[in-house]
Design a protein around this ligand. Structure first.
Ligand SMILES: [Zn+2]
Length: 288
């Protein structure tokens, strides 16, 4: 028998009668503490600090009868975990709207509604991606080093939760990625895309970007402005909301390389969230 206590939001994962208090847990001798924590329902990715008998230990620490285990959540803001090497994500199949918002905010986010758990685990391990999911069993996989259980259910709130939890506010680069295939947008001269633009756009705007993956062309249109406002609202409550308006609104032909605007495909097979156009008839080639 060992004594356990989970702190703060980790209590959301455990049975109601064990929350916010010490409880006894039958455990075989010489079991890693990671196994014990996950058998209570808490994925290891949600844990920042484990104390056994008052001493910090790692996940592989073997337990003995009578040990007292205290488990604390991912207090990244307090430096209890190393910062993320890069803000790259792989989103589980049920988080498509969040994946799109993360791309809108400029974060490299792999997503596909047919990504199997094993593929997500492989991407997390080989590309050092943070797994985003509402499936706690997925986060228990050993090869997943960084992951976030997404508590919120509404996409804008999910974005806010992830940005706040991982302290990403100063890494936001709005409108720098293709929403469809995740590639970084590149500025493109108007003369190269002129014939592909709707007349009203060709006459009115001079700054354009193109996705090197799906070849969609992006510009600042009415959908772009709506999405800019949505992003600003979603991030408003984080510690240091990025200057979405300032950065994006000043992107013009001269400065667009630093802050490329994103847009929405306007052509028929390019349904998206911004103003834009398909340069070819190619559809999305995948999830990244
Ligand atoms: Zn693209």
């Amino acid at each position: 028998m060992v004594s356990l206590r989970f702190y703060a939001e980790l209590n959301d994962f455990i049975a109601a009668d064990r929350r916010q208090r010490d409880f006894e847990w039958a455990s075989a001798a010489d079991v890693p503490v990671k196994h014990l924590i996950e058998s209570c329902g808490v994925p290891h990715t949600e844990v920042a600090l484990i104390l056994v008998n008052g001493e910090p230990v790692d996940c592989d620490r073997r337990l003995c009868a009578g040990d007292r285990v205290a488990v604390y959540p991912a207090f990244l803001a307090f430096g209890l975990r190393p910062p993320l090497p890069a803000a790259r994500f792989v989103a589980d199949a049920h988080l498509g709207a969040l994946a799109r918002l993360l791309r809108l905010a400029g974060f490299d986010t792999v997503y596909g509604n047919r990504l199997a758990d094993g593929e997500i685990e492989r991407l997390a391990a080989t590309e050092k991606r943070v797994v985003l999911t509402r499936d706690r069993d997925l986060l228990k996989r050993r090869a997943i080093g960084h992951g976030c259980y997404v508590h919120a259910q509404q996409p804008d709130l999910q974005l806010r939760e992830i940005v706040a939890r991982l302290d990403l506010a100063d890494r936001v680069q709005p409108f720098s990625r293709c929403l469809i295939c995740n590639a970084r947008l590149l500025p493109v001269a108007k003369r190269l895309v002129r014939d592909l633009l709707p007349e009203r756009v060709r006459d009115r705007l001079d700054s354009f970007h193109r996705c090197p993956g799906c070849l969609r062309i992006y510009w600042e249109g009415s959908h772009w402005r709506r999405m800019r406002e949505r992003l600003q609202r979603a991030l408003a409550a984080t510690a240091a909301a990025p200057a979405v308006t300032a950065q994006a609104a000043t992107a013009d032909a001269a400065t667009a390389a630093a802050a490329p605007p994103a847009t929405q495909p306007a052509a028929g097979n390019c349904s998206g969230t911004f103003d834009g156009a398909c340069a070819t008839s190619r559809t999305s080639r995948g999830t990244r």
